[in-house]
Design a binder for this molecule. Structure first.
Ligand SMILES: Nc1nc2c(ncn2[C@@H]2O[C@H](COP(=O)(O)OP(=O)(O)O)[C@@H](O)[C@H]2O)c(=O)[nH]1
Ligand SMILES: [Mg+2]
Length: 191
């Protein structure tokens, strides 16, 4: 995939702030600090486009990035941030579910898990919600570079068993499986 342009468009708290546009959108969802923003930057080959942080829960808004003037990447606020203030916890559900359930531009959700942790109960809840809402999704296990080949293999098969779907190992540090993820995105975009 040749990235001609990748531009941050806006941050949205709710539907009134979403871009007024009919272009297709790919959403990235996962636990806070799982590596969503790093994955977006890695796929686009643009370090620093989506803000990454070692402090969980920094991005509580929905961030829209326009790619090649053809489609959007949407960085959703992460879940499972243990120290999240009460207000953040209250706002997360309606904000994320409001986007996923009602945004008609959405063509694919990328559910991101951590290779080391495997699928958490919140990841599984999110997956159940995507299935029951009839939303197409793929599952990625990121930070694959942090495990030995054997441990990674074990973790991937455990995760695949739990989510009952194929799991693509990924590393934003090395770009491992970048093309495989792009193929899934292309299929969803029907480009
Ligand atoms: N080694 C390694 N570190 C990663 C990877 N992806 C993310 N990280 C690190 O994990 C932390 C959280 O990443 P970030 O993308 O901000 O997570 P987000 O909160 O889900 O957007 C940062 O310190 C990243 O540098 C990866 O594939 N490999
Ligand atoms: Mg982030």
């Amino acid at each position: 995939m040749r990235i001609e342009s990748a531009v941050f468009i806006k941050s949205a708290a709710g539907p009134e702030h979403y871009p007024i546009d009919h272009r297709p959108e790919i959403a990235f969802i996962g636990r806070s600090n799982v590596g969503k923003s790093s994955l977006i930057n890695s796929l686009l080959g643009r370090q620093g486009l989506a803000r990454t942080s070692s402090t969980p829960g920094r991005t509580q808004l929905i961030n829209f990035f326009l790619i090649n003037e053809a489609f959007y990447f949407v960085d959703l606020p992460g879940y499972g941030w243990a120290k999240a203030p009460e207000r953040v916890r209250r706002e997360w559900g309606p904000r994320v579910e409001g986007y996923l359930a009602r945004r008609s531009n959405l063509v694919l959700s990328v559910l991101i898990t951590d290779s080391r942790q495997g699928a958490t109960s919140l990841d599984l809840q999110m997956k159940e919600w995507l299935i029951s809402s009839g939303k197409p999704f793929i599952v990625i296990a990121t930070k694959a570079d942090k495990l030995s080949a054997n441990k990674l293999k074990a973790s991937l098969s455990r995760t695949a068993e739990l989510v009952k779907a194929p799991v693509i190992p990924y590393s934003s540090a090395t770009g491992r499986n970048r093309e495989a993820v792009w193929r899934e995105i292309f299929n969803a975009l029907a480009l």
